[in-house]
Design a protein around this ligand. Structure first.
Ligand SMILES: Cc1cc2nc3c(=O)[nH]c(=O)nc-3n(C[C@H](O)[C@H](O)[C@H](O)COP(=O)(O)OP(=O)(O)OC[C@H]3O[C@@H](n4cnc5c(N)ncnc54)[C@H](O)[C@@H]3O)c2cc1C
Length: 481
């Protein structure tokens, strides 16, 4: 369900057009509808208006205008977020960064790039590929999502296992603070002395300011890569093989588990040649020097076979590897063909408990009579069950929500977390008291209030408490957690 909002008053429109020009202010019903959701399909909020600045100065002027007039706002990158982070909960203006997409500098010696926040993740890696460099964070949405969004969500991806999440890849950020003034967090090298404001900012989901320029680390593309596809009869076997590989002191660059339902969706969409009778497949990638790979290749094969893989294939060419990754990274899109709606969940468990959570997902599907297709960044224990439903059928929506809740609670029972990389946003605020004690939450609130005294910069996100509607609502319903 989408919550309504009020359109922009004429005087506000005039002011914003004076700052940005007529072609950058959108408050008609069609545009407001287009921007009323992100990748979080269960809820939506219509913004009062959407503005698309072309320069950092314009963006800063818009924030200053919002502060002067007491208007809430939220930054929006590509809108691929999966927890409603860029939506203007309680009304306000979405400030899109899609026109701020210049790569300002690439410095090969310092191995860094300076980019505007609207640069699309994959485009940066493509732009520096000829230098043998890449931007390592690779969310599966990397063909669309922006580096500003990655910064705000501290995004991960299949190769997080080797390279870590976004945080270590951000060296500095120029930020329009909530009061409208510019601040520079971090710099062009390792963090220096003083309070680590950059560390606070990365992953703060756009609640502490809007980044208008980012200095990011570039890493060398590996000399050699070997990508394996292992086919298993059951998901449990595939899950156990993950721990088996790590126990052999091999840390692959990526280990992705795709379950039976997802396999079918991906196969129907991409005809990769996945066996449809398999219980699950694992994609395992190792990279490094040619010498490292000479040692690791046979070990990977042996372990996969030892844990019951009925077939292990290695991609024989760069094209085959690209095709395999494309199939994996488009899995969410592929499953969209199977159902009118789906809710993508995001939880984490310790790596050794992946087999437990895999079993719990299957139980939740059975208990609530829903179809769930799952992909797992298995090396990180980061699960993404996609629960299929049809929003026109209330009973199905209830069952899907109940299944999501069961799975996330199970992640907590297994010493994990109800979010790994998609953020808290508006979706998971009420989980926060299950994760943190009152003193921790109070400290987080104090910190936010100190850095964001206006209450206008993406309010009502992350921290629990009454939403503007006085309740947690999902798909238009009140939800008790
Ligand atoms: C198919 C699919 C696959 C995905 N796979 C992954 C994955 O593998 N790993 C992963 O971590 N995530 C994944 N995601 C989630 C999402 O793509 C990431 O969170 C991504 O970083 C969001 O980027 P965006 O540009 O779309 O940001 P948006 O959705 O537009 O915004 C996300 C948040 O960032 C804030 N924000 C945006 N720009 C700025 C800025 N310049 N300054 C401050 N705050 C800002 C917004 O206010 C909001 O809170 C996936 C999503 C989809 C749809």
């Amino acid at each position: 369900m989408t919550r309504p909002s009020s359109p922009l008053p004429a005087s506000a429109r005039r002011d914003l057009v004076a700052i940005l020009g007529e072609d950058a202010v959108f408050d008609d019903a069609v545009h407001r509808k287009i921007y009323d959701s992100d990748g979080y399909a269960l809820d939506g909020v219509t913004p009062d208006a959407v503005v698309l600045p072309r320069t950092a100065v314009q963006l800063q002027q818009v924030v200053k205008w919002c502060v002067r007039h007491g208007v809430p706002y939220a930054a929006r990158g590509a809108g691929t977020g999966l927890s409603g982070g860029c939506l203007t909960l309680g009304g306000g203006i979405q400030i899109g960064t899609s026109r701020l997409r210049r790569i300002v500098e690439v410095n090969e010696v310092d191995r860094l790039a300076v980019v505007e926040p609207g640069v699309v993740n994959l485009q940066l890696s493509q732009a520096v590929a000829h230098l043998g460099l890449q931007f390592a964070p690779d969310p599966s949405s990397q063909a669309a999502c922006t580096i500003g969004g990655n910064f705000a969500e501290n995004s991960g991806g299949p190769h997080t296992l080797k390279h870590g999440v976004t945080l270590p890849h951000i060296l500095g950020a120029t930020v329009v603070q909530p009061d409208g003034e510019l601040a520079v967090w971090g710099g062009r090298s390792q963090p220096g002395p003083g309070v680590d404001l950059l560390g606070l900012g990365v992953g703060s989901e756009g609640t502490l300011g809007i980044a208008v320029e980012l200095t990011v680390r570039l890493v060398p593309t590996p000399e050699s890569v070997a990508t394996f596809l292992a086919v298993f009869e059951t998901e449990a076997d595939a899950a156990h093989a993950v721990s088996g590989l790590i126990a052999r002191a091999i840390v692959p660059a990526a280990m992705e588990l795709i379950d039976r339902v997802m396999l079918r969706a991906v196969e129907e969409a991409f005809s990769f040649g996945f066996p449809l009778d398999a219980g699950a497949v694992l994609i395992v990638e190792v990279d490094g020097s040619a010498r490292d790979l000479k040692h690791e290749r046979p070990v990977v094969r042996d372990v996969l076979n030892e844990f019951g893989a009925r077939e292990v294939r290695e991609a024989s060419s760069a094209e085959e590897r690209t095709h395999l990754w494309r199939a994996r990274k488009h899995a969410f899109g592929a499953i969209g063909r199977m159902s009118p709606n789906y809710a993508t969940q995001d939880g984490v468990v310790p790596r050794g408990r992946v087999p437990h959570i895999v079993a719990s997902i299957a139980q939740a599907a059975k208990r609530h009579d829903v179809v769930i297709g799952t992909v797992i960044h298995a090396g990180d224990g980061n699960i993404h069950p996609c629960v299929l439903f049809d929003e026109r059928d209330d009973a199905q929506v209830d069952r899907a929500l109940a299944a999501c809740k069961d799975i996330l609670e199970r992640c907590l029972e297994l010493d994990g977390s109800p979010t790994g990389e998609h953020g808290i946003g508006m979706e998971k605020r009420e989980f926060m008291p299950l994760l943190f004690g009152p003193a921790d939450l109070a400290l987080m609130t104090d910190l936010r209030d100190a850095l964001e005294p206006t209450g206008l910069c993406n309010p009502h996100k992350i921290l629990p408490g009454a939403s503007p509607c006085g309740e947690l609502r999902v798909a238009g319903r009140q939800v008790a957690l």
